[in-house]
Ligand binder design. Structure first.
Ligand code: 2RA
Length: 334
């Protein structure tokens, strides 16, 4: 019998990307169902040229479903992922609800694909800013050992979903046309501004987004004591997150060897030639599967210090693509 796949939150920014990536990669599903909350039920979506009608995401909808890709927020995931798993379905969840659960593998296939097979019915997809980071940290760790990592993120508004995209577009329109600026998603105006605040603040003064980068990176790479810190900033970019990554390595390195390592590492596109103004930018990475790395240079202020600039499409590798890759890992080993 063929594979039955469900996409939960199929009408959202990431959910619709999941559908299009399943189609683009010719995922071998015999049937694809679109599920969502009550307000989207009955909407029609296109998959492989055919219309699929959005059904209600409820426990019974997972009967006979083999794999479900969830991108419908933490609350719905907490409620429905165990129901789906109970019915024999493997859930790949894009929310933060399960990521740090010790019984739930958190996977970036290029880094820890084997963790997929330890699942008990739920596999977590990492936060977008974590996925692109561990892709470049992992080959460095294997070759030289990571001693300390300092990350500063420059995150696009699409990471905040449709409301984030609407805020930026509407505010630019308001400023250009002398209208009132309305902030619906972000705490402040995002147009022509930067906001060092993504998700809620924790008691330690970090935001939840920053703690996700720290804790998820440790879990995915299985380096529990990794010295890593993060500042996460929302910038007025529509799509693709950028990261300034400063790394101290245990062993000495050669810059050309590092470039060669990245050029041979899966999921990474080396994009680095300052003599020709070649460096990654959001407009280069958008709609691409690879995570782009450039501005590779020595940090002369510390021993074995390395600076990188890493840019990736947050809706693809940071969300939908990584989820589909996990599904591919699952079925390829079956
Ligand atoms: C953001 N990291 O960019 C979030 C989305 N997962 O807001």
């Amino acid at each position: 019998m063929g594979l039955k796949v469900a996409v939960v939150g199929a009408t959202g920014v990431v959910g619709s990307k999941m559908l299009s990536i399943l189609e683009e990669r010719s995922f071998p599903a015999e049937e694809v169902k679109a599920l969502a909350s009550a307000k989207s039920v009955g909407k029609r979506l296109l998959y492989k040229g055919r219309e699929i009608v959005v059904e209600l995401a409820r426990p019974e909808a997972f009967e006979g479903v083999n794999i479900a890709l969830f991108s419908a927020g933490g609350e719905l995931s907490k409620e429905l992922a165990p129901e789906a798993a109970k019915r024999g379905c493997v859930v790949i969840d894009n929310s933060s609800a399960w990521r740090m659960d010790p019984d739930v593998p958190l996977v970036v296939p290029e880094v820890n694909e084997n963790d997929v097979f330890k699942n008990k019915g739920i596999i977590a997809n990492p936060n977008c800013s974590t996925a692109q980071l561990v892709l470049v940290l992992w080959p460095l760790h294997k070759r030289y050992g990571l001693k300390r990592v300092v990350v500063s993120t420059y995150q696009a508004v699409s990471g905040a979903g449709k409301k984030g995209i609407d805020d930026l577009n509407n505010q630019i329109d308001a400023i250009v046309n002398g209208k009132e600026i309305v902030c619906k998603k972000f705490p402040y105006q995002i147009a022509f501004n930067c906001i060092p605040h993504i998700d809620v603040f924790k008691e330690n003064g970090y935001t939840k987004e920053e703690m996700k980068v720290i804790e998820e990176s440790r879990k995915i790479m299985h380096i529990d004591n990794l010295a890593i810190t993060c500042t996460a900033v929302r910038v007025p970019v529509l799509n693709s997150h950028s990261e300034s990554v400063n790394v101290e390595l245990e062993k000495e390195f050669d810059l050309d060897e590092v470039r060669d390592l990245f050029s041979k590492s899966p999921g990474i596109k080396l994009y680095d030639d300052y003599t020709k103004n070649v460096y990654p930018m959001p407009i280069i990475a958008t709609n691409k599967d690879e995570t782009f790395v450039g501005r590779i240079r020595r940090d002369f202020s510390v021993k074995n210090g390395l600076n990188l600039w890493v840019v990736s499409d947050n809706l693809r590798k940071g969300a939908a693509l990584n989820a589909v890759q996990i599904a591919e890992s699952l079925i390829n080993k079956k």
